[in-house]
Design a binder for this molecule. Structure first.
Ligand SMILES: C[S@@+](CC[C@H](N)C(=O)[O-])C[C@H]1O[C@@H](n2cnc3c(N)ncnc32)[C@H](O)[C@@H]1O
Length: 223
């Protein structure tokens, strides 16, 4: 008998992203019609801008070991490896996301620098695998009910930089986003700026800046 040790929130989030993996990854796809491109840009443009900002803030990437928590279809890991990172470990508990990540990394010719693992963070990463030069978590805390212990664990595993996004609670797209997730039965967690400061404090992250990136707060920390 297999025991599912996931909490109710984790189970719902994992099932949502397992079922939705191809649709989610299509946000990054550049070959699409003008209508799809316009909608993605207008509604989810932050996803691409987050990726660019992570790459920019983690320069120089050459030779780095990077941990990407909630890596999804691996787009960040692949961009880090393309930029010269020596080893990138992507963790995600949705198996379909990891399948896509492996497929795209192979096509991009960076499979050797990337390891994609189906698992739940923090359990899926052993102490002995650290320290990483950087740890990232983007579009991840939207789906986590207890972020502080996760941020603290990322900090313990890292000697360098952390980049993390937190979706704003007050933003014009929020009512529709809440409705979409409520209809699907998928949990969604939103943050005000004081919540982000409180979380960093609770997780022992003290040296950081908050960048306002469209619908997200992007925290860039030195640890
Ligand atoms: C919106 S996706 C973001 C993917 C990627 N970071 C990006 O921005 O393209 C969030 C991902 O986090 C994963 N996830 C959420 N909680 C997790 C946990 N505790 N452990 C591992 N993966 C998790 C989900 O399965 C999902 O694929």
């Amino acid at each position: 008998m297999t025991t599912d040790t996931h909490s109710e929130v984790e189970r719902k989030v994992r099932d949502h992203f397992h079922d939705d993996a191809y649709r989610f990854d299509a946000i990054y796809e550049t070959r699409k019609g003008p209508v799809a491109r316009f909608i993605d840009n207008w509604w989810r443009g932050v996803v691409q801008r987050r990726l660019e900002l992570n790459v920019e803030r983690l320069q120089p990437l050459a030779g780095k070991r990077i941990l990407d928590v909630g890596c999804g279809s691996g787009r960040f890991c692949i961009a880090f490896a393309n930029g010269g990172a020596k080893y990138v470990l992507g963790i995600d508990f949705a198996p379909a996301m990891i399948d896509i990540a492996n497929e795209i990394a192979a096509k991009a010719g960076v499979a050797e620098a990337c390891e994609f693992r189906v698992g739940t963070f923090p359990e899926a990463v052993a102490e002995s695998e650290g320290p990483f030069d950087a740890a990232t978590a983007n579009g991840f805390f939207d789906y986590v009910d207890e972020p502080a212990p996760i941020i603290a664990r990322m900090r313990e595993l890292t000697k360098g930089k952390m980049v993390m996004s937190f979706p704003k609670a007050v933003e014009w797209r929020i009512p529709l986003r809440r409705l979409r997730f409520w209809m699907k039965g998928t949990p969604l967690f939103l943050y005000r700026e004081p919540d982000v400061h409180r979380l960093m404090d609770a997780a022992g992250v003290f040296d950081y800046e908050i960048v306002h990136l469209d619908r997200d707060y992007l925290v860039v920390a030195e640890v």
